[in-house]
Write a protein that binds this ligand. Structure first.
Ligand code: URA
Length: 199
């Protein structure tokens, strides 16, 4: 069976995931998407409101920023594989609004089952952990982005890992100068990941 068809099969299995309670309040599981033979896999935290409704990773505000940063780093969405360490949207309902809630260690670790299968099928040269939840999803242990960022970590999981910030972190920075500086660092990280994955 082709990798693409195996990923489709995986998506069908994820749709029925009951490994933790998060499926109950989510619209659907959001599976990884992109090139099934990608050299680079980018891993986020969990789908947001828009991703939950559309069933596609990184289509909301963080995804738009990621697309722009990837373009500056010479990467296109179609040539990478985008996924999340947690496949269901965890949130609090406040009236009509659904507010993002960070997944806990149990939920991340239960969802590792799916990430493992994505690693096996796509077999990227490099996986980028965007934020601490993504790192936990890969390493099955906590880690601080500030300490791990910028290094090639070869013994964390099945594939080499590079840690950087999550694009949502950039969206939350109020000061324009700080935001621009951090955005520049993020683009440089993506460029470095592109280089490492091509080496
Ligand atoms: N944030 C994530 O971590 N993943 C998405 O898919 C969207 C926003």
């Amino acid at each position: 069976m082709s990798i693409s068809r195996e990923l489709d099969e995986l998506e069908r299995e994820e749709a029925n995931c009951r490994r933790c309670p998060l499926w109950r309040d989510a619209t659907q599981a959001v599976s990884g998407a992109g090139d099934p033979k990608a050299r680079l896999m980018l891993v986020g935290e969990q789908p947001g409101d828009k991703e939950d409704l559309e069933g596609i990773p990184f289509v909301g505000p963080a995804g738009r920023l990621l697309d722009t940063a990837m373009a500056e780093a010479g990467l296109r969405r179609e040539e990478v594989f985008l996924t999340n360490s947690v496949k269901h949207f965890k949130h609090d309902q406040r009236g009509k609004r659904r507010l993002h809630k960070r997944p806990n260690a149990y939920e991340i670790d239960r969802c590792r089952w799916w990430l493992t299968k994505e690693f096996e099928l796509v077999a990227p040269q490099l996986a980028v952990a965007m934020g601490a939840t993504a790192f936990r999803g890969m390493a099955s242990r906590p880690g601080k982005v500030s300490e791990l960022r910028g290094r090639l970590l070869k013994d964390v999981c099945e594939v080499p890992v590079y840690v950087t910030v999550h694009p949502s972190f950039l969206l939350r920075i109020r000061d324009r100068g700080d935001r621009e500086r951090e955005y520049g660092r993020f683009v440089r990280d993506l460029k470095e990941c592109n280089r490492l994955a091509s080496a």
